[in-house]
Write a protein that binds this ligand. Structure first.
Ligand code: XMP
Length: 510
């Protein structure tokens, strides 16, 4: 049995971040519901337990609790924020509502540089985010650190610790070291876990879950769905069937690239469904961006289901949902924060699925998925692909989508990609593409007056697509792109550069 640490999810949005920090320290970690029973937990044989924070207060009626008997198992426990308050509440300490709370940076004075504070300085910068706090520690505990506003900001008794601050966030600079001390110093973890082990564990779980059934996987050609398909293929081989829907809204050469990638570079069982005509017919005459998106979403589901129904014995549907996709919609395990924001249909699929969902990446962050892809041996050209929206070029043609306009945009987009890939060798630009505007302008070519399309160039830097800035591309690169588009793409006589940041603009134009 592998060494495993479990995080109890009390509904905090940082439960996944705690798990990620533990994995970064080389210890395998899983998140479980906060109300897991002692018997279920015993089956996992955890080396340590971490209790997450929560949007609830211990004063809320029906606040999330845990099986009290778990604290008598002798397994080291670290309660963070609400986790600490819950420990105090159930072990006989006292929690009080703070008058003002304590939010943001704070400095704790460490009374005892042992245990989780081993090798730490006597004073530490930490990140706080709490209203309630512990005012009396349970019997057998000691106060290990405090701030003026929260004199008991760390308590410890035997191998049970409670900390009021958040060691998992980057604003607590020594946070990872504190978690590391808990794992290695208090809980005597051995560490040494790697992404390779994640592959082994996931393969085992997928095999057990799927049994003799088949799995369908929606493949978009992006990093997340490709890594999902590769992982499931590793587990069950040809019983995973990937379906790629060609919606006619893809970039030049894209279908061929995908075909070659999964036939030659990284072969697995997959099928391309050509539905271009259907999508383009459905989009005829449609101008409104939201209506376009809805039509594409619905058509995708129809086509995908149709293709999936051909796969005999398919009981499961795999999706490449990542943790950030669900971070605001629900707690990853259906914990108490279930509906902070209701963007349901995270994967764009209806709720009345005839399939059971498998989402093997749902606890991972994007950079972890790239590492996983590398571990699975996926080609680096695939792992480095820039994000591409589900509705494809339809949201980059402003107004009605026609076959002629798609041809113009594909030509311009290819030039943008070629020139920026040549200039941006270190891949510092997050996304770069062309947008076809519903505007015509006058130009002159030779001695002829032209009246033709305008293409906008969009290139942004970003870390996570939540915010973005326009890329400061050198004038000569911009000049080359403009001149190539105007000379090589028939129907374009003007190129403009979009210099808006997100917010207030967005990355895509629709
Ligand atoms: P915006 O335009 O909202 O885009 O700043 C943020 C990021 O999301 C991508 N994007 C989408 N991805 N389906 C997707 O899978 C979509 O409908 C969609 N719309 C935008 C966009 O390319 C950028 O990376």
């Amino acid at each position: 049995m592998e060494e495993i640490v479990v995080v109890f999810d009390f509904g905090s949005q940082t439960a996944q971040l705690i798990a990620r920090r533990i994995r970064e320290l080389g210890v395998y970690c899983e998140i479980v519901r906060h109300d897991i029973s002692k018997d279920e937990l015993l089956k996992l044989e955890p080396a340590a337990i971490v209790l997450s924070g929560s949007p609830f207060s211990v004063f809320d009626p029906g606040h999330p609790r845990m099986d009290r008997r778990i604290l008598d198992m002798g397994v080291p426990v670290l309660g963070i924020c609400y986790g600490m308050q819950l420990l105090a509440e159930i072990m006989g300490g006292t929690v009080e509502k703070g008058k003002e709370g304590e939010y943001g940076p704070a400095r704790i004075e460490v009374a005892d540089p042992t245990g989780i504070f081993r090798d730490m300085p006597s004073s530490l910068n930490v990140w706080m985010s709490h209203g309630d706090h512990v005012t009396k520690i349970p019997e057998g505990f000691r106060t290990l650190a405090g701030t003026p506003a929260c004199p008991i900001s760390t308590m410890g008794g035997g191998k049970i610790y409670g900390i009021q601050f958040h060691p998992e966030v980057v604003h607590t600079p020594k946070g990872s070291d504190i978690i590391g001390n808990f794992l290695f110093n208090v809980a005597s973890c051995k560490g040494g876990w790697t992404m390779g082990r994640f592959v082994d564990e996931s393969v085992k779980k997928i095999k057990t879950l799927v049994g003799n059934h088949n799995v369908i996987c929606g493949l978009s050609g992006g990093v997340d769905s490709s890594v999902t398909a590769a992982l499931i293929n590793r587990a069950i081989g040809d019983r995973m069937k990937a379906i790629f829907v060609d919606n006619g809204l893809l970039r030049k050469g894209e279908v061929e690239e995908i075909r070659s990638m999964f036939t030659n570079d990284y072969p697995f069982n997959f099928r391309i469904v050509d539905a271009a005509d259907l999508f383009l017919d459905e989009l005829k005459g449609v101008v409104d961006p939201e209506t376009k998106r809805k039509i594409i979403g619905k058509t995708f589901i129809d086509v995908f289901y149709d293709a999936a129904s051909d796969v005999r014995g398919a009981k499961f549907l795999a999706q490449g949902t990542l943790y950030p996709d669900i971070i605001e919609s629900r707690s990853a395990l259906g914990g108490p924060s279930s509906t902070i924001k209701s963007h349901h249909n995270v994967g764009g699929l209806p709720e009345d699925l005839n399939f059971e969902l498998i989402e093997p990446l749902k606890e991972l962050f994007k950079d972890e998925v790239r590492l996983l892809g590398k571990e699975l041996g996926l080609p680096s050209k695939l792992l480095a692909r820039q994000p591409f929206p589900g509705p494809g070029l339809a949201v980059r043609i402003i107004g009605e989508v026609t076959r002629d306009d798609l041809a113009i945009l594909r030509g311009a987009d290819l030039i943008v990609r070629e020139e920026i890939e040549r200039y941006d060798e270190n891949r510092e630009i997050w996304q770069f593409f062309a947008v076809l505007l519903p505007v015509k302008s006058v130009g002159v070519m030779g001695d002829e007056r032209t009246y033709a399309n305008v293409v906008a160039l969009r290139a942004v830097t970003s870390l996570d697509a939540m915010t973005a800035d326009w890329a400061r591309i050198p004038y000569d690169v911009l000049g080359r792109i403009s001149s190539r588009i105007i000379n090589e793409v028939k129907g374009v006589n003007r190129v403009v550069y979009d210099i808006s940041s997100k917010p207030p603009s967005t990355i895509e134009w629709e």
